[in-house]
Write a protein that binds this ligand. Structure first.
Ligand code: PMP
Length: 427
């Protein structure tokens, strides 16, 4: 049994032993000691309704007993063996992913994190095309390995030194001073130009269907269809990073469905394990052939992660979580919109879909916007609600709760947010 040392000591230890760069999110972060469905609890047993879900991870709820029972059962039966031997959970999981993935995406390669899934997807695209370059969107986020950081467009999440240089960033299909149509058109023009000049050196374009950390950016419905058509002309693959958007969060199983596009490769992580590390990149029979060296991941597809992911997919299906995300997301978005109508001088935009929503806050300058957003996060925390923040200026309140959230939770959070906005902006 570990002796509890208390919040202050945990904060001090973290400051002493973690890398300094890991201190960046909350001014006074709560210490979370346990979780149950949409709630987490601090060391004083204060409950918080979790509207962030560890950045879209815990879609089925914290410590969901139906899922953890299956994790525990697998932990007690077989935790790990190498892929040299056969195990059933991983092949069952691959089969289930094939059933829910679009088009003829049939093959899954299992790894342990989103970064690793994107890294694998990028490597696969290089192997398949024999080309090295990539196209990526401004303000996208794809991971923290060298290659995935190289295609990450958000300055905050990139180191500047020694990144891969064959990456061409194009404008994202959103700009505060343009309509969504104009911004999409501008982005497509950028894409066309890069393809014209460099097309025969480019392996793939990687994109989040809806940018998460970039600030909940959902392009117009025709955007990715046009993107795919252009890429096809130049033999460039499309990698959909569904790491934040996948598994029902946006009201459909995978967010590319909103755009009626089947990518060549899909990367998945986060919600697939509901808190247990499991990730994958999936592709077609043909493209999968191009990863032509013996390849395996020590922990990728391990029985515990695979059994957990199977339980997650069962739960998503049984509870119809994509439909639930659409319905409850509609309600939450409406509530946020009416706050925006009430306080147009404080909230400049409400956007996103399903239970992946953002509310952008106004401030005098970038620092002011970030500061007021931090104020709102702290005050919401004090009232028992955890929300997130993202966006280029860190001024977009992020709402990505577990998909099992209830209407009452949403009403309670909106009422608290109303009070908090009044308090934060009147200071
Ligand atoms: N892609 C997206 C869209 C993400 O949001 C993240 C994590 N925030 C990643 C990739 C990286 O995933 P991981 O942290 O599991 O490596």
């Amino acid at each position: 049994q570990v002796k509890a040392i208390g919040r202050e000591a945990v904060a001090a230890k973290r400051k002493q032993y973690f890398y300094p760069c890991t201190q960046h999110f909350y001014r006074n972060a709560p210490q979370i000691v346990r979780g149950s469905m949409q709630f987490v609890y601090d060391e004083n047993d204060k409950a918080y309704t979790d509207f962030f879900a560890g950045v879209s991870v815990v879609a089925c709820g914290h410590c969901n007993p139906i899922i953890t029972a299956r994790t525990i059962e697998q932990l007690q039966q077989l935790q790990h063996t190498t892929t040299v031997y056969l195990t059933q959970p991983s092949v069952d999981l691959a089969e289930r992913l094939e059933e829910i993935l679009p088009g003829n995406l049939r093959r899954s390669f299992f790894v342990n994190s989103g970064s690793e899934a994107n890294e694998g997807a990028l490597l696969l695209a290089r192997m398949h095309t024999g080309r090295k370059g990539f196209i990526a969107l401004e303000s996208g986020l794809h991971g923290r390995t060298n290659l995935t950081m190289s295609v990450t467009g958000l300055p905050m999440w990139r180191t500047d030194a020694f990144l891969d240089e064959d990456v061409y960033f194009i404008s994202r299909p959103y700009h505060p001073e343009l309509t969504m149509e104009e911004a999409a058109t501008r982005s497509l023009k950028d894409l066309e130009q890069v393809l014209r000049e460099k097309g025969d050196t480019i392996a793939a374009m990687i994109a989040e269907p809806i940018q998460g950390n970039g600030g909940m950016i959902m392009p117009v419905s025709w955007y990715f269809r046009e993107v795919k058509a252009l890429l096809d002309q130049y033999g460039v693959l499309l990698i959909a990073d569904e790491i934040q958007t996948g598994f029902g969060r946006t009201g459909v199983m995978f967010a590319m469905e909103h755009f009626d596009v089947v990518p060549d490769i899909v990367s998945m992580a986060k919600a697939l394990g509901n808190g247990v590390p499991v990730a994958a990149f999936a592709t077609t029979d043909e493209i999968a052939l191009s990863l032509n060296r013996p390849s395996a991941s020590t922990f990728g597809g391990n029985p515990v992660s695979a059994a957990t992911a199977l339980a997650v997919l069962d739960f998503i299906r049984a509870e119809q979580l994509p439909q639930r995300a659409e319905r409850l997301g509609g309600k939450l978005k409406e509530g946020l919109k009416s706050l925006q109508e009430q306080y147009p001088e404080w909230i400049s935009d409400v956007r996103g879909t399903g239970l992946m929503l953002g509310a952008e806050l106004v401030g005098a300058d970038a620092a002011g916007k970030a500061a007021i957003t931090d104020d709102v996060l702290e005050l919401m925390k004090d009232r028992g609600y955890l929300i997130g923040k993202n966006g280029v200026d860190r001024n977009v309140l992020a709402f990505q709760p577990p998909l099992i959230i209830t209407e009452d939770d949403i009403d309670g959070m909106l009422a608290a947010l109303n009070e908090v906005l009044l308090e934060a902006f009147s200071n």
